[in-house]
Write a protein that binds this ligand. Structure first.
Ligand code: ADP
Length: 555
C-alpha cells in the first residue's frame, strides 16, 4: 500500500505495520482533535449541542475512525483507503459550518487530510485538486450565507484558505518526491556496493585458491605483524613452529638457526626482520622439532604505500628440507671418504720417503719412478685435504689483529720460484702494515690459492699484481692477473664446488675445482666477501674484503 513516505527510522517502522494499522495511524491525529473538542463541547460551547450539523460532523468523524478499524483494507482490490481523508473533508465541513460563528478556526483541521493525501504518493494530481477543493467547499457555505452581500473578506477567506492548503500540499509533494529520489539513489548506491562487495569476494576467493595451489608458503603482514594474507602452506609452517599467537614477532616459537638447535632470538625471525623493513633472500631457518622439523629458505620484500611509507612486508617460505638433507649426506660421504683416504696415502708417502732415504743408493730409474709416486701421492693427499675442508661445515677460523702485508710477502716468497718457471712476474703494492681482523693461517691459505691460480691460469706468462686499500671498516685485497680469464658464464659459477672452466680443462691445467669454494668459505667465516671480475683472454681480478678491526656488525 502507498503510504506517507518517511525516509528512515519512524518511516521504516511505519512501513512494517499492516495496512489497517497504517490507516488507523493516519486518521488518529484528526480523530483525537475532534474527540477532544467533542468532549469539551458540553462545557465550553453548550449551544453547539443543539447544532445537528456539528453533531453529525462529530459522529461522522467517529464512524470514519471505526471504519479504519473495521474495513479489511488488505483484502480490498484497489485499497480505497484514500476515501477516508476525502470523507474527512466532509466531516470537517460539517463540524466547521455547524460551529461557524463560535469556532470558525475548526477549518484548520483540514490540514490533516491534506497532509495524508499529499504524502500518500498516489494520485498526484488528484491530491492537489482535493487539497484545494476540500477546503474551498468547507469555506464556501459561510461566504454564501452572506449572499447576496458577499464581502471582499468573505471571498478572500474562501479563496485564500484553500490556496494555503494547496501550498501545503505542494510543499509536501515536493518534499516527498525529493525524498523518494534520494531513496532511489541510495538504493542504487546500495546495489552497486553489494555488487562491488560480491566482486571483491570473488577476487579474494580466486587469490586464495591461487595462493593455496602453490607449494610455497606466502604471508603478508602489516607493520604490527598481523597477517593480512597467508596461504595454507604458510599456516602449516606456522603450526609446526607452534606460532599460534597473533603477533609473530613475539612469544615462544620453534624457529631455529642453521645448526637446527639454537632458537632464533625474536628479532632474527624472518617475519620480524621483514617487519623491520629488511629485504632478504635465501635466509635459512629450521621450523619445528623432531621428525617434523623443516628447513625453510625464506625471502622478504617490504610493502611500501604510494606515498613511500613502509606498510608491512611479504615473506615467502620454501621448504628445502630434502635439498639440505641431501647436501648434508653428500658432505658426510665426502668427508668420510677423504678421511679413509688419508691414512693409506700417508703410509705410501712415508714408506716412499724411507726408501728414498736408504743409505744404499738405488738405481737411478727406480729413484725417478719413486719420485713420481711421491709427487702424485702428495698431490692426492692435498686433494683429499681440500675435499675434507670443502665438506666441512665446521671450518674454524680464529680471527685476530693481523698484518696482511706480511702475509702477502710470505705468499709471494713461496710462489716466486714457480712464477719464474712459468714466466710470470709478481708484484705487490700493499701498504705496510695493513691491519685486518683475520686468521693469519686461513687468510694465508686464501692468498696462496688466489696467487697460485693467477700463475696457473696464465699459461703464456704475464703479470700478477697484488694491491690493497683500506678504510675504517674494511680492508680490500685484490689479486689481478693478465692470464686466460673466463667467460661471463664461467665467472658466475667460479665459486661453486668442483667447477672448472672448459678453457682450463682443454688447456689440461691440473685442478679439482675446490680451491675457490674453500677460499670463499674461509672469507665468509670472517664476515667478509670475495668477488671476481674476469674477461676471456684479458685476465681476472679476485677481490677479498675483510673486516678492518673487530667482527663486523652482522657477523
Ligand atoms: P682449481 O684451480 O683447482 O680448478 P679453483 O676452485 O681454484 O679450482 O678454481 C675453479 C676454476 O675457476 C678453475 O678450474 C678455473 O677454470 C677458474 N679460475 C680460477 N682462478 C682463475 C684465474 N685466475 N683465471 C682464470 N680462471 C680461473
Amino acid at each position: 500500500m502507498a503510504e506517507p513516505t518517511f525516509h528512515r527510522g519512524p518511516g521504516r517502522i511505519f512501513r512494517r505495520l499492516g495496512p489497517r494499522a497504517q490507516v488507523v495511524l493516519c486518521q488518529l491525529p484528526l480523530t483525537l482533535f475532534v474527540a477532544a473538542i467533542a468532549v469539551a463541547t458540553p462545557l465550553a460551547w453548550p449551544s453547539l449541542m443543539q447544532s445537528p450539523l456539528y453533531l453529525s460532523g462529530v459522529v461522522l468523524s467517529g464512524i470514519l475512525f471505526l471504519g479504519c478499524f473495521l474495513v479489511p483494507w488488505e483484502r480490498l482490490p484497489h485499497r480505497p483507503y484514500l476515501l477516508i481523508p476525502v470523507l474527512d473533508f466532509v466531516a470537517i465541513g460539517l463540524l466547521r459550518n455547524g460551529a461557524a460563528p463560535l469556532l470558525p478556526g475548526l477549518a484548520v483541521l483540514v490540514v490533516f487530510p491534506v497532509i495524508w493525501l499529499s504524502a500518500s504518493g498516489m494520485l498526484a494530481r488528484s491530491s492537489l485538486v482535493l487539497s484545494f477543493l476540500g477546503p474551498f467547499f468547507i469555506m464556501l457555505p459561510s461566504a454564501l450565507a452572506h449572499a447576496p452581500s458577499v464581502t471582499a473578506s468573505d471571498l478572500t477567506t474562501v479563496v485564500l484558505f484553500p490556496l494555503m492548503m494547496l501550498a501545503v500540499s505542494l510543499a509536501i509533494r515536493f518534499a516527498s518526491v525529493n525524498l523518494r529520489l534520494q531513496q532511489r539513489e541510495l538504493a542504487e548506491k546500495d546495489r552497486e556496493l553489494r555488487e562491488l562487495l560480491a566482486a571483491s569476494r570473488e577476487r579474494e576467493k580466486l587469490l586464495e585458491t591461487v595462493l593455496d595451489a602453490t607449494d610455497v608458503g606466502i604471508a603478508a603482514v602489516d607493520r604490527s605483524g598481523h597477517f593480512l594474507v597467508s596461504n595454507s602452506r604458510q599456516r602449516s609452517f606456522r603450526q609446526a613452529t607452534g606460532a599460534d599467537e597473533a603477533i609473530p614477532g613475539q612469544g615462544h616459537q620453534l624457529i631455529f638457526g642453521q645448526d637446527r638447535h639454537t632458537l632464533l632470538p625474536p628479532d632474527r625471525r624472518p617475519i620480524s626482520r621483514a617487519m623491520a623493513g629488511e629485504s632478504f633472500a635465501d635466509y635459512l631457518v629450521w621450523a619445528g622439532v623432531g621428525t617434523e622439523q623443516r628447513a625453510l629458505s625464506t625471502a622478504a620484500r617490504p610493502l611500501v604505500s604510494e606515498d613511500g611509507r613502509l606498510t608491512g612486508a611479504v615473506v615467502v617460505y620454501t621448504d628445502v628440507t630434502g635439498w639440505v638433507e641431501s647436501l648434508a649426506a653428500n658432505q658426510d660421504l665426502i668427508s668420510n671418504v677423504s678421511h679413509e683416504f688419508k691414512s693409506p696415502l700417508n703410509s705410501i708417502i712415508g714408506n716412499v720417503d724411507l726408501v728414498l732415504e736408504e743409505p744404499e743408493p738405488l738405481p737411478p730409474q727406480v729413484t725417478r719412478r719413486l719420485l713420481v709416486v711421491q709427487r702424485n701421492a702428495e698431490r692426492l693427499l692435498s686433494l683429499v685435504a681440500d675435499l675434507a675442508a670443502s665438506a666441512s661445515t665446521a671450518l674454524n677460523v680464529h680471527p685476530k689483529r693481523t698484518d696482511l702485508a706480511s702475509l702477502v710477502e710470505t705468499t709471494i716468497g713461496s710462489a716466486q720460484a714457480w712464477a719464474e718457471r712459468s714466466q710470470v712476474e709478481i708484484s705487490a703494492d700493499v701498504p705496510s702494515p695493513l691491519w685486518a681482523y683475520a686468521d693469519p693461517l686461513r687468510i694465508g691459505q686464501v692468498l696462496d690459492n688466489l696467487v697460485s691460480n693467477a700463475i696457473k691460469y696464465s699459461p703464456d706468462g704475464g703479470r700478477v699484481s697484488i694491491s690493497a686499500e683500506a678504510d675504517r671498516q674494511w680492508v680490500r685485497l685484490s689479486v689481478q692477473d693478465t692470464g686466460m680469464g673466463m667467460s661471463r658464464e664461467d665467472k658466475a659459477r667460479v665459486f661453486n664446488r668442483f667447477f672448472r672452466a672448459d678453457a682450463a680443462q682443454q688447456a689440461a691445467i691440473p685442478g679439482a675445482g675446490l680451491g675457490l669454494s674453500i677460499t670463499q668459505m674461509i672469507v665468509e667465516r670472517h664476515g667478509g666477501t670475495i668477488s671476481c671480475e674476469s674477461g676471456e683472454g684479458t685476465g681476472s681480478t679476485f677481490t677479498v674484503t675483510l673486516p678492518a678491526e673487530g667482527p663486523p656488525p652482522a657477523f
